[in-house]
Design a protein around this ligand. Sequence first.
Ligand SMILES: Nc1ncnc2c1ncn2[C@@H]1O[C@H](COP(=O)(O)OP(=O)(O)OP(=O)(O)O)[C@@H](O)[C@H]1O
Length: 816
Amino acid sequence: MEIVSILKKVKIPELILTHICLSCQLVSVKSEVCIVAESDKDWQEEQERVRFVIHEIKRKLKKIKGRASDLKDRVIDLRKNFWDDVTVNLDEVDDVIETQASLKQQAEFLSERERSHGQLSQQLKTLQRLQESPYFGRIDFQEEGESESESIYIGIASMMDQNDEDFLIYDWRAPISSMYYDYPPGEAQYETMDGAIRGEITLKRQFIIRNQEIKGMFDTGLTIGDHLLQAVLGNNANTKMKSIVATIQKEQNKIIRNEKSKLLVVQGVAGSGKTSAALQRVAYLLYKYREVLSAENMVLFSPNPLFNSYVATVLPELGEENMKQTTFHEYLVQRLGKQYSIESPFDQMEYYLTKSDEEQYEARLAGIQWKASLNHKQLIDNYVNDLEKKGIQFRNISFRGEKLISSAKIRDYFYSLDRTMSIPNRLEEVSKWLLEKIKVFEEKERKEDWVLEESQLLDKEDFLQVYKEMQDEDEYSDDPFFNYAREEQLLRKKVVSDKLKPLKRKVKRFFFLDVRKTYAKLFELEKYRVEEEPLWDEIATLTLEQLKSKSLTWEDATPYLYFQDKLLGFRENAAIQHVFIDEAQDYSPFQFAYFRQIYPNSRMTLLGDINQAIYAHALHSDTLLTSGVEEKQERITLQRSYRSTKPIVEFTKSFMPNGDEIEAFNRDGEKPKVYEVDDPYTRNQMLVNHLREWQKEYQTIAVICKTKEESLDVYNRLQSSLPVKLIDEETFTFHKGLVVLPAYLAKGIEFDAVVVFDGSNDQYETELEKNLFYTACTRAMHALTVYSLGPYNRFIEDIPTEYYQHYKVHSYYPKQ
Ligand SMILES: Nc1ncnc2c1ncn2[C@@H]1O[C@H](COP(=O)(O)OP(=O)(O)OP(=O)(O)O)[C@@H](O)[C@H]1O
């Protein structure tokens, strides 16, 4: 095997390291590196240490395997013979109590064993991972006042030596390990419970260890040397996101280890590692607060279902459980899906992109922006204040088509209650009052003829239940007439009770309050007309139409739920201690305010990129990453982009405002290509050939379109020539190979190579379309090609021509 160890001694500039180690894909890394022969003493000593540590790991593995297997046998045995050790005696009250105690003890015994077994399996998994690659970093740290430095080896978990005295490996999340990410050699310090420990880093070294062998070794003067990063970033994209634990950058480390902020906002350019840092942060918090925090106490809101599967393996790879993951749409559907069909953000986006010729388009757009704003929230708050005094719409309570209690009576009762009580508390009172009334009605109703008729139709089980009830009551008599009468009584009771159950359930859930009708009044009453919004009347008409058809547009769903929670009350989710919101720029200020309401005490980490704000509400208005959030917050900015090669970053940053602040990681590659083609047939032909070529080199290739419709069209065209998959909003996992998808579904994800199917002026014109185009282009890691049917879009005009290769292609086909 060809291995070149890389250390600091001999300098060979501009070495193309195609012969490094092919098995770990350290290929095509072109940079100035330092290199020494394999026989180097340091290399050998390090390899010796790796062997020693792995030997220790194996020893531990053997020991734990033995213990785990013993424990497993004992658990199985305990489960099988659970009852043998329980004294069951139910004769006397004392005996029952004793039996209960004995049962409890046995159950606790079993669960304690099961827990221990779980912990051992966890340790086993971690050791198995360490066995492959025990660590990735080393720092030699000489603490102030000490005469010698200590070598700290850093890996994904800690491991002690045989006598449990010294650490052979430190967990990357241990306080001392933070220096590895934060400091180059020289003065350094780390925080402990007892204050800062100061000293000097005398050596900083990175390793690539695979299959128990050192494949690469770098001494670095930087925080985290570029060599390793070059190697990692040069690899092909995967359908699963990778952990960045070995190469976390200093700025990212600030996000990961931030403990002070209640609200942490990360504005990071495309590919700057926001999502990666967020996941490492979850792992860090789970480690640091392991006594009090578990994966169930954290939730990640992600941009689409595909993204969930994309990031699903990062935490398990680090030996941690995944936190809950959901999309905000999923959350809204779960809360409101029974009453309404809820438009997805993607459908709203399709509307925005494709329906500009519709009559109501302008009004809808104005509505999208208004309903995203905190002004709309204020309007609702004012309205709810008024509703405390009057105006709530109630429903009649009816049973079998007959009105039992009129909405007017309910309203009068509600508004007769103490006004200092909140609306939900008053509803609780109304509910009790109604249930009392229903109870009285229930007793009367049992005597009705229909009840007897229905009782004949009861199931056999119902009769048996009544029979059992009579026996339990000890009312079984020798007098058959008495029995018959009692049976009828009970059957009648059962029929009415069963029939009223759904109604009672609804009353307990405050169904008597008509939320929809009350919300609609906000758009009907002159009092709430928003004068400063010129299209208010149109917005109101549209909203009322939607409400009538029992569907909620994306822009309406959050305000509606907010309003509903205000009226009916909402039990906050106290279990969630940390909320992560990825692609935070896509949430409106109103939506964020709603998050605050449902998770009032949780810490929040918001991650986003203002340049990727693609939803219509972001037009001319604040998003979470601008100034929309007034709360106290800590902001961290990431300017360096890691995903794409330098030429791709130079291309994409050139047409973005403040693009000059975006910094490319120095990774070489081909310049992006822009093909202006004058007919669709030629473009298709070229595209197929192009993709065929790429398939030889790359594992994940995306043809990114603007809309769903365009994606479907491209998919249909390519299908007959190439193995291709179409990704839509219902796609939950994606696989290697060639995919076609709209840009908004590619958010957060990356591909080896990307084709923008049509980057023409007709397609990308507005400011939001620019962001969409930017989002599409920045998905590419190694190669980017833009096809344009006719003249390319005006944003490309802003790019210096030396940053891309431009081709004008004339039709292969004769014009007809
Ligand atoms: N410190 C790092 N070491 C190695 N790779 C990194 C590092 N930071 C980021 N990357 C890589 O860069 C790519 C982009 O990272 P990530 O998806 O986390 O960025 P992002 O800021 O969320 O991007 P976007 O907003 O464009 O979706 C990933 O392949 C990730 O593995």
